[in-house]
Ligand binder design. Structure first.
Ligand code: F42
Length: 145
């Protein structure tokens, strides 16, 4: 088992600690928005370390839509590159932890379908897209078992 390297951002690290430490019963939403969050456990591309990334919970059937928005920052978040390199992840949704495989959705009609679901679940994604020149990547995470 590789070492866990927490996010250097305190608010992200604290959310992971609260969410996981409570067994998925506390720290379940983004700040005071009331909107639900999942925790993606992935592997660091360069370090090989365990990384844990809270993301908004956006559901499509039994799959999750992961949006690499990073608040509309000019560059993709580092976890985007981690997931491209190693698509097998674990996703914690409240008390449930599942093994999943992610793939980036580039095909335009499917991407638009998933994007619309994501924006309906978390409207700020559209503001983030409007303020950056990059096309915000969208992944679909599907159960492996
Ligand atoms: N971010 C989103 O992009 N979308 C969301 O929907 C979202 C929701 C959300 C909800 C709650 C919450 O607490 C945070 C949320 N975030 C969301 C923020 C998200 O969790 C990430 O913090 C953010 O997207 C930035 O991701 P990042 O991977 O760029 O994180 C940086 C700050 C980071 O952790 N850097 C590490 C460091 O030490 O500087 C390195 C991380 C890493 O993965 N390193 C790799 C390695 O090998 O270990 C190397 C990667 C490389 O390519 O260099």
């Amino acid at each position: 088992m590789s070492e866990y390297l927490p996010s250097p951002r305190d608010w992200v690290k604290d959310q992971v600690e609260l969410y996981e430490g409570s067994g998925g019963t506390d720290g379940l939403t983004l700040r005071d928005t009331g909107l639900p969050v999942i925790i993606v456990t992935n592997k660091g591309l360069k370090t090989g370390a365990v990384r844990k990334t809270p993301l908004m919970k956006v559901v499509d059937g039994n799959s999750y839509i992961l949006v690499a928005s990073q608040g509309g920052a000019p560059k993709h978040p580092l976890w985007y590159h981690n997931l491209i390199a190693e698509p097998n992840v674990k996703i914690q949704d409240e008390t449930q932890v599942q093994s999943m495989r992610v793939r980036e959705i580039r095909q335009s009609a499917e991407r638009v379908r998933l994007w619309d679901i994501a924006v309906a679940a978390f409207p700020p994604y559209q503001e983030y897209q409007d303020k950056t020149d990059r096309l915000i990547p969208v992944f679909l995470a599907e159960p492996t078992s």
